[in-house]
Design a protein around this ligand. Structure first.
Ligand SMILES: *Cc1c(COP(=O)(O)O)cnc(C)c1O
Length: 405
């Protein structure tokens, strides 16, 4: 480790956090926190406690909180809203009662986008999406368009999508941080432009939450979804969240009408009546077990504070760009991500022909970034778990591999 990385780690106000994640013995540098966050050490204990005290201890009573035991997060039945409120407060800048935990990002994106298209006035028959957005977002939009006889209008990025919004637009779907380039959109401006055109905006926050401060309430956002297993450290396949602005709760109807989103599910009576508020976005039985580690991840984020997390994230990506300039640019590597940290999320993407094989070689050495077509290596720098020394180790391995040809 050079003096520079050691200096940055020594001055890091969040230096105590990486040690609170479980070690991965054969990993030299974990540079993929934007695909799967590392496990907080407390998550292992919390899972074991949950199985013993809550699952075994409460059994069926866990859903309602009856009997000798109640979960710290309340009866399981309330977890979608309770943990939704926690996400709203800690990660996305939204008010209580606007956010719910359920399903996967893909499924929630479908539910909200479909609801927005269904509720659009006659004549608004177009959905705008971005050609370079995360694949699931594009596929979901295409599926809804086919189902509803709507047209998809493709934009290059969020700015172009917002500019294209007009009298025929029902909905614009876009990521706040682009998964490939880390380009960071202006959430307030994008929302305002789309709303000024009379359309609704659905943000995908998967690559933002836990790295970039979000202010959905301040943006006046209509709709948003995001995943929890990236910077929020919820673990593989942890449930996703959906945000709906309160005045839209009674206007939008999501299409997967299930018993758990019905007013009084245990009445089990004929006909679906949506539960009041955000709850009707829930369809089936909430994914309780998968939410247990997420609570730990959210506690860590709350403890660190969003401002400190963003400052660390910027410092990590700045350091990666600095090492890129010094070591990798001379070897023919190009920087894909914006140089201006104000326009960049929590990862840095670099490119050079042949990077797929290079990424495989890095993995074989215990350096784990990820590879994205075409020829992109993404360095996902999780603010709570990544050290500057780790970034330097990983990029030094990359430099040495390239220098040796
Ligand atoms: C990771 C990610 C997803 C993931 O969707 P899943 O349904 O959890 O597979 C969706 N959108 C974006 C922008 C992502 O980065």
């Amino acid at each position: 480790v050079s003096g520079r990385a050691a200096e940055l780690d020594a001055a890091d106000p969040l230096a105590g956090f990486p040690g609170r994640f479980l070690p991965s013995p054969d990993v030299v540098a974990y540079l993929d926190g934007n695909s799967l966050g590392r496990p907080p050490a407390a998550a292992a204990q919390r899972l074991a406690d949950f199985v013993r005290d809550e699952w075994a201890g409460a059994l069926i009573r866990g859903w309602t909180g009856d009997g000798p035991w109640t979960s710290p997060e309340g009866p399981w039945m309330e977890w979608p809203e309770r943990i939704g409120d926690r996400i709203a407060e800690v990660a996305i800048g939204a008010a209580p009662g606007t956010t719910v935990l359920a399903d996967s990002t893909t499924v929630l994106l479908y539910k909200l986008a479909r609801a927005a298209v269904d509720a659009a006035p006659p004549g608004r028959t177009e959905v705008i999406a971005c050609t370079d957005d995360f694949p699931t977002d594009r596929y979901v939009v295409e599926g809804i368009a086919a189902e509803r006889g709507a047209a998809v209008v493709w934009a290059a990025d969020v700015d172009e999508a917002a500019a294209l919004a007009g009298p025929r637009t029902a909905l614009v779907v876009a990521s706040h941080v682009n998964f490939r380039t880390a380009e960071l959109a202006d959430g307030a401006a994008g929302t305002a432009a789309v709303q000024a055109a009379g359309a609704r905006m659905l943000w995908d926050l998967s690559h933002s939450a836990g790295a970039v401060p979000l202010d959905l309430a301040g943006w006046g956002a209509d709709l948003a979804v995001g995943c929890t297993y990236k910077f929020l450290c919820g673990g593989p396949g942890s449930p996703a969240y959906a945000y709906v602005r309160p005045d839209l709760h009674d206007v939008l109807r999501q299409p997967v009408q299930g018993w758990m989103g019905r007013a009084d599910p245990f009445e089990m009576g004929p006909g679906y009546r949506p539960a009041p508020g955000i709850r009707h976005v829930v369809s089936g039985t909430p994914p309780i077990l998968g939410a247990v580690p997420l609570v730990v991840g959210l506690d860590l984020l709350a403890e660190a504070g969003t401002a400190a997390v963003r400052a660390k994230s910027v410092a990590l990506t700045e350091f990666a760009v600095e090492l890129y300039d010094e070591w990798l640019a001379p070897l023919g590597v190009e920087l894909v991500s914006p140089r201006d940290p104000a326009r960049r999320g929590g990862h840095v993407t670099i490119t050079r022909p042949g990077f797929r094989a290079v990424c495989d070689a890095l993995w074989a050495r215990g350096v784990l970034p990820d590879y994205r077509e075409p020829d992109g290596i993404r360095l996902g720098l999780a603010p709570l778990s990544t050290t500057f020394a780790e970034v330097e180790r990983g990029l030094a391995e990359l430099r040495d591999l390239l220098a040796r040809g």
